[in-house]
Structure formats: C-alpha cells, structure tokens
Design a protein around this ligand. Structure first.
Ligand code: NAP
Length: 325
C-alpha cells in the first residue's frame, strides 16, 4: 500500500497543497520524447490518489497543447486540485521572447482559461520577467486580475532576489518557481533567503535534473526531438562525468532501500528545514509507477552523513543548467 503525501500551506497565506506537486510539461509536448497518452492520463489520476494536488503547466508548453491535454483532468477534479499555469515566455516561428505587457498578460490569461476550461487560475506565474515592462505594470496587472476574481494567487519564475522583493511589495507573492535540485543549487545563495524572509514558498522545477538524477537517462540515446539533447548537462562531454555522480547517488539510495529519484527529492524536501521555508517540488513523469516512486521521496528520511555525501557529489556536476524551457 502506498503512503499518502502530507499537506503544507503554500507560502504564508496560500492554498493548502500536497507537499509535493506535479509537473505536466512533458505531456503531449514532445520535449522529453513522445508521450503514451493513456499512461500519462493514468499518471495524473494516480498522483491525485496519492495526495498530489498542485499541478503545473504553462501556456507556452506545446503552444497550449499541454493545457489542453490536462484540461479533462483539471475539469473533472476542479475542487480537489490547485492548478498553476504561466504567461510571459513566448516561442513562435522558431524565436523565443518574453512579454510582460499588461495587455499581453490579460490575453494570455484568457487563452489559458479557455484551454483549461476553468473560470479561475489558482496560481498564476509570470514565467519570465523582462525589465522592459515596469514591475508595477506587470505585477500590478496580476493584482488587478486577483481583484477581478480571475486568478487566486501570484507566482513568479526565475526572478532575482531583488525582483522578488520588488514584486512582493506590490502584491503578496505566494510562490517562486525556479530550478533547484542537487545539480542546480545557485538559487540557494540569495533567492532562497529572500523567499524565506518574506514567507514565499519555493516550487523547485526540474527537481530530478530533467530526469538525469533518477538515473533513467544513463547510457540512453535520447530521441531526436528530445530538447535535452541540446542541454549542456546532457552533452557527450559532460554526460559521462554526471553519470558517474548518479552512480554515487544510486549507491546511497540502495543503502536506504530507495531509488536515486527518491533520494534527490528527499534532499530537496530537507532543504525546507535548512533554509526555513516551504518547499513544494514539482517532479514530472508520464508513468503511474514513477509518480508512486516520486511521492515516496517526500517522506524518505536521510542521515546527516548522507546529506554531506550528496553535497559533495552535487559540487562536481558538469555543464550549466538550461533556462530556455
Ligand atoms: N518555470 C520554468 O521555467 C520551468 C522549466 C522547466 C520545468 N518546469 C516545470 O517543472 C516540471 C518538472 O520539471 P521537468 O519535467 O523539467 O524535470 P524533472 O521533473 O526533473 O524530470 C522529468 C523527467 O524525469 C523522468 N522521471 C520522472 N520520475 C522518474 C523516476 N522516478 N524514475 C526515472 N525517471 C523519472 C521523466 O520521464 P517520464 O515522463 O518518461 O517518466 C522526465 O523525463 C515541469 O513538468 C514543468 O511543469 C518549469
């Protein structure tokens, strides 16, 4: 029998959610290879059964296809889940840019509401920030949308500590989403302390290093369309070194009768105590058995010497993280 997730409050005044969320991005977008749609739908249901309630998507994922794919699940479980989506990152005609203009925010929100088939977005993120638009205008528009009842809570993604503070002074920010994992730790220097200071929850994305930390990509030829082929961590020159680190994580995991993915997630949950803030990681998978495994990582307890060993392994990671998707 699987253990249910504990719950937590997202940020000081945010919604109550399962202590681990769920990233939907790879479903029906092709980013991490093709999706078995039936298995992906079963994974969403299994996640909810296990107590996962925060589900994460974005308007840019698959050009809206990701929101459309999860829409039946969202509508069927509207009162049981917290749906998060994002605006601001635009991929079109082979180009990528950031748009934070008030009229664009309103237009994006209407698109997300329509594709998801809901009246309100629970947690609405600015996916990327551009200084071209003053924060008072972009976050000010998001605050107006809260007053209009179209969104409930505000989130930011990939902002600096200074931007987080500036935005929070305009309207309370419930959650900050940024990459954070054993392999991506730069957020710990300034951004995590700023979030902790203001009672803002951290929602680490790619908590499994886009699958690398689970060991599932070790020695595997990625599909031609898989975006990870173009990421430095997965380059031929860096992969061998990073795979050797995964071997160390696997050894540690087997001593705890667990898996590398569970150890990577347990390490992240432990950071909540280290940094005094709420952390709700959002690992993504399209396989029901893997969501069970990942939920197990939320309650796995490691010893101090394990964290020391993991910190040392993490320091040796090769290749920069990707910030484009
Ligand atoms: N704000 C942003 O800019 C941003 C950027 C990237 C991602 N995100 C969000 O964060 C979410 C999660 O990030 P992510 O999907 O990039 O990476 P991730 O959660 O670190 O890893 C996902 C990958 O790991 C595999 N996987 C998951 N659990 C596994 C397990 N137990 N054993 C083996 N393999 C496993 C998945 O494959 P299968 O699907 O085949 O199981 C998938 O390829 C996304 O879905 C998205 O919502 C946000």
């Amino acid at each position: 029998m699987s253990v249910k997730l504990p719950t937590t409050t997202l940020g000081e005044h945010g919604p109550v959610v399962g202590s681990q969320g769920f990233g939907c991005m790879a479903m029906a977008t092709g980013y991490y290879g093709e999706t078995d749609e039936a298995a992906a739908r079963a994974t969403l249901d299994r996640a909810l059964d296990l107590g996962v309630t925060l589900f994460d998507t974005a308007d840019v994922y698959g050009g809206g296809a990701n929101e459309e794919f999860i829409a039946p699940f969202v509508q069927a479980n509207r009162d049981r889940i917290v749906i998060a989506t994002k605006f601001g990152l635009v991929h079109r005609d082979g180009k990528t840019w950031i748009d934070n203009r008030p009229e664009y925010i309103r237009q994006s929100l209407e698109g997300s509401l329509r594709r998801l088939g809901v009246d309100t977005i629970d947690l609405y993120y600015m996916h990327r920030r551009t200084p071209d638009v003053p924060m008072a205008d972009s976050v000010g528009t998001m605050a107006d949308l809260v007053r209009e009842g179209k969104i409930r809570y505000l989130g930011l993604s990939e902002v600096s500590a200074a931007e987080l503070r500036e935005a929070h002074a305009i309207h309370p920010i419930t959650a900050l989403q940024t990459e954070w994992s054993l392999f991506s730790r730069e957020v710990e220097a300034e951004i995590v302390p700023a979030a902790a200071e203001h009672g803002i929850a951290l929602v680490p994305y790619s908590p499994l290093g886009r699958g690398q930390l689970s060991g599932a990509t070790q020695g595997v030829q990625l599909q031609a369309s898989d975006v990870r082929q173009h990421m430095a961590r997965f380059s031929e020159e860096n992969r061998a070194a990073n795979d050797a680190l995964i071997a160390g994580i696997s050894n540690l995991a087997s001593r705890h009768d667990s898996t590398p993915a569970q150890v990577a997630l347990a390490w992240l949950h432990h950071q909540a105590a280290v940094h005094s803030l709420t952390i709700v990681p959002i690992p993504g998978t399209r396989k029901p058995s893997r969501v069970e495994e990942n939920v197990g990582g939320a309650t796995l307890r490691l010893a101090d010497e394990d964290f020391d060993a993991l910190d040392q392994l993490a320091d040796a990671v090769r290749g920069d993280r990707s910030r484009t998707i």
